[in-house]
Design a binder for this molecule. Sequence first.
Ligand code: GUN
Length: 238
Amino acid sequence: MYVNNKKKACEAVGFKSEEYALDKNTTQQELLSLVKELNEKPDINGILVQLPLPNHLDDKAVIEAISPKKDVDAFHAVNVGKIMLGEYDFLPCTPSGVMEMLHSCSIPVSGKNCVVIGRSNIVGKPMAMLLLHENGTVTICHSRTQNLAEICSHADILVAAVGKPKFVTADMVKEGAVVIDVGMDRDENGKLCGDVDFENVKEKCSYITPVPGGVGPMTIATLMKNTLKAAKLQNNID
Ligand code: GUN
């Protein structure tokens, strides 16, 4: 679903996209060779390796093989380091899409209690960093956090990126909070849902993002933005 939506978005904005749907038994060497080949192709401006990879592949090594200039996911250590320093070319797609939503709704971050549930390299960690860059007071909660519900209940901005269906319930949410749901889960009937119990939480908060149709499209929009930026950087266009 992710990959199809990315391909459709490329078509919509006029980018050429190439999908390499490799066999599940592809070796590390074969994958690294493909990444290297794409790094060297001047008509390819952005490369992303859709995660997760099968267990026998080392995703860290694969990500490190992508040229940082073409790393439109901003997962490469060079780009992660630049983000930490606040001097970046690309921002990771999901956290950047979340910030864009906050900006477009004129939701202030500075001085606010921001709680991020989840500490993944893809969402939780960079999300916390972007909120911090905008002067939020940021707490990262994870599977070992004690009093998680209590911490969440103080959040002005609550970002759920746990990967557990309807994990965030109304009692964990402060009245009037802004709730951002990064989850892509399945409920007990196999229906797509988020990390937030939307129906109950929506009565309590001031803003909430739905799943599907909330953060997901923003992730893809940022990917398009990053790809355009990569093309400009590689061709010295302002
Ligand atoms: N898997 C889940 N989210 C992402 C993402 O943003 N990029 C890639 N490459 N893989 C993912």
